[in-house]
Design a protein around this ligand. Sequence first.
Ligand SMILES: NC(=O)c1ccc[n+]([C@@H]2O[C@H](COP(=O)([O-])OP(=O)(O)OC[C@H]3O[C@@H](n4cnc5c(N)ncnc54)[C@H](O)[C@@H]3O)[C@@H](O)[C@H]2O)c1
Length: 315
Amino acid sequence: MSVEQIKTVAVVGAGLMGHGIAQVFAQAGFKVLLNDVNKTILDNALSAIEADLKRFTQYELLSESEAKAALSNISPVLDLKEAGGCADFVVEAVTENVDVKRSVFSTLDQSAPPHTILASNTSGIPITLLAAATKRPDKVVGTHFWNPPTLLQAVEIVRGEKTSDATILTAKALLEKVGKKPVIVNRDVPGQIGIRILYAIIREATSLVEKGVATPEDIDTVIKETLGTRFPVLGVFDLVDLSGVNILHAVSKIVYKDLDNSTEPHNIVKQMVERNELGVKTGKGFYDWSKRSASEVMRLRDEYLMKILRERQSR
Ligand SMILES: NC(=O)c1ccc[n+]([C@@H]2O[C@H](COP(=O)([O-])OP(=O)(O)OC[C@H]3O[C@@H](n4cnc5c(N)ncnc54)[C@H](O)[C@@H]3O)[C@@H](O)[C@H]2O)c1
């Protein structure tokens, strides 16, 4: 199926990721069928989308009429079979549970037209395992959006063992059409690209805290004020080539053997979980959230990302 044939997209799961993914397709003019298990979740998702579209207009990323049109492109659908039955492309964004996802894929496979591509937003479940719940493994693919999906541009397209080249090409063309920057993950490795790199950073950062080398706050300052500031323009291989592969070679010889290589969660993390110090949701994690506002942190994040998006659009 070519991308031109895709008119209707179903998004299954209207939670944190699903509602944002639905908005991405709706803003690009696709008819979107948004599915979840009950009406309250769907109502909340639509309210969240409406509020987010309003912010897009405030940041002049959309006109009022474009925001209105985007919202009208989304139809809440309670019946999964009905959502799948009318869709040319489906993005599954339900809870990260292999049994739940496999059941959704099996139902979608039975209800969706033969040409329909079934994509999953899973962060870690092998695409091959989800594809095996269907009779169309060649048309099952990973499309890993990042949070918030409306503001972060890269989407990892993950090839399962049986995903066809045609499916990869159509998914890529579709994501480009909605303004994303798709990248291809050629092997179905756990954590794809971004999560693997993020967890390599988190593993080393946690180890530095555990060894008492630095505080979480100071480590975050280094991330935000050095690496993070440069990353929008310089990826890791840009950096390496600018400084020289010989420098990479020399520093690797000194640093690699001292880097953390834990294969299990760190003891401090195990202890925090035992003490129910889970972060924002219990008021304490690496930071004391009684002294910080999570909603303010998220507001700053979205404001920053909106500014970047506006700057890029005006270039
Ligand atoms: N949260 C993130 O930052 C993030 C980032 C990238 C990818 N992901 C992945 O995206 C997926 C969704 O994550 P989320 O954070 O949006 O979760 P979430 O818990 O916010 O939303 C999941 C939604 O799926 C719905 N659901 C569960 N079973 C269903 C079913 N059978 N049919 C229809 N809907 C069903 C739930 O009611 C819920 O609304 C997961 O696979 C997750 O790993 C999450």
